[in-house]
Design a protein around this ligand. Structure first.
Ligand code: SMG
Ligand code: MG
Length: 368
């Protein structure tokens, strides 16, 4: 397969409601799509990066720059481009996993479409649908939060995740438990907002029977998470700290997590995400699929990944209408708390061309 060029396309989509986390509030999502053009057809990728370096060090303008300056030109050196060669070829460039992952995804999609194989089949999916959870942002008041959670529960979401930060943690969790009962699958995500000094406070979440607490401490504080886990009974789950299969293995052997959130962009792509899954499975550590407010392109691939056998917890793979009034693909919908894994070749979905023409804020062609 020969790569002829890559188009980088940005699209700004308004969110149906503001999404507040411990690092900021988002009212819209600047999405970066990657279109790989090869001699056997096209493929699509979606980059996980946010506009600003607040969730991780990557940011949209940085991804565009490193892609045009280093990553895409490096793929010129490949006599024939194949998805499994992309990561090794780009390895000499440090970091930039989200940028690399999006390129690999687009090449993989082109390759699979050509072979007539779906992402799910290629990655090793064992289910044709997956249980879906929803991530609920920090709100101005507890009544407002309860209304939002009630709406998601009514829609059938299989699990609720509450974003937390100091000052918005024990009370919202207590209120949700009191209103919806102990059977609701409930977890929290701090996005690094706490320190080890907060261990006694975080232990106050123990009585609520949470599935897990996600990334309470800073990204690099893996040992801190291990120490925290000795002081609280809620299982610690890592998100930001897990950037590769190796870092997952290290965190597990340190006792820093009992659960892992897998986000393909954060670990450099779907092929590494599968390795993270395999490492966790080998250690009996359950995983679930995280989300980065993806459009239908990223969602399609995430659903395929979430159908692997060790994805035993519902993920942040919510329906299109949880994020956007108009998705870039045919919308994904919830059916009894589950979503179907796409079965068509490659991702099984593609951006609606008229929407891209109408909504693109930047289009850039990089010939190879
Ligand atoms: O895609 O439903 C989604 C968002 C899920 O909470 C979510 N993602 O830390 O897990 C996380 C956050 C990161 C993105 S916040 C803009
Ligand atoms: Mg998280």
């Amino acid at each position: 397969m020969r790569l002829e060029g890559v188009e980088l396309i940005t699209v700004t989509l308004p969110l149906v409601s503001p999404f507040r986390t411990s690092f900021g509030t988002q009212t819209e999502r600047e999405i970066l799509l990657v279109r790989a053009v090869t001699d056997v057809g096209e493929g699509w990728g979606e980059c996980a990066t946010l506009l600003d370096p607040l969730y991780s060090s990557e940011y949209l303008a940085g991804v565009l720059d490193v892609s045009r300056r280093y990553l895409v030109p490096a793929l010129r050196d490949l006599a024939g481009v194949e998805a499994h060669r992309v990561a090794p070829t780009l390895r000499r460039f440090q970091g930039h996993r989200m940028a690399k992952g999006a390129l690999e995804m687009a090449v993989l999609d082109a390759e699979l479409r050509h072979r007539g194989v779906s992402f799910g089949r290629e990655l090793g999916a064992v289910a044709d649908s997956v249980a879906c959870g929803v991530s609920v942002g920090i709100m101005d008041s507890v009544p407002q939060l309860l209304d939002a959670v009630a709406d998601y529960v009514d829609q059938g979401y299989a699990r609720i995740k509450l974003k937390i930060e100091p000052g918005w943690d024990v009370e919202p969790v207590r209120a949700v438990r009191e209103r919806f009962g102990d059977d609701l699958l409930l977890q929290v995500d701090a996005n690094t907002a706490y320190g080890l000094k907060d261990a006694p406070h975080l232990a106050r979440l123990d009585p609520f029977g949470l599935l897990l607490i996600e990334q309470p401490l800073p990204e690099e504080d893996v040992r801190g998470h291990a120490e925290l886990q000795r002081r609280i009974t809620t299982p610690v789950c890592l998100d930001e700290s897990i950037v590769s299969a190796r870092s997952a293995a290290d965190a597990i052997s340190l006792g820093a997590c009992q659960v892992v959130n897998i986000k393909p962009g954060r670990v450099g792509g779907y092929l590494e995400a599968r390795r993270v899954h395999d490492v966790c499975a080998a250690h009996d550590i359950p995983v679930w699929c995280g989300g980065m407010l993806e459009s239908g392109i990223g969602r399609a691939a995430n659903l395929a990944l979430a159908a692997l056998p060790n994805f035993t917890l519902p993920g942040d793979t919510s329906a299109s209408d949880r994020y956007y009034r108009t998705d870039l693909t045919t919308p994904f919908t919830l059916d009894g708390g589950r979503m179907a894994v796409p079965t068509g070749p490659g991702l099984g979905v593609e951006p609606i061309p008229e929407l891209l023409t109408e909504l693109a804020t930047h289009r850039e062609w990089i010939a190879v």
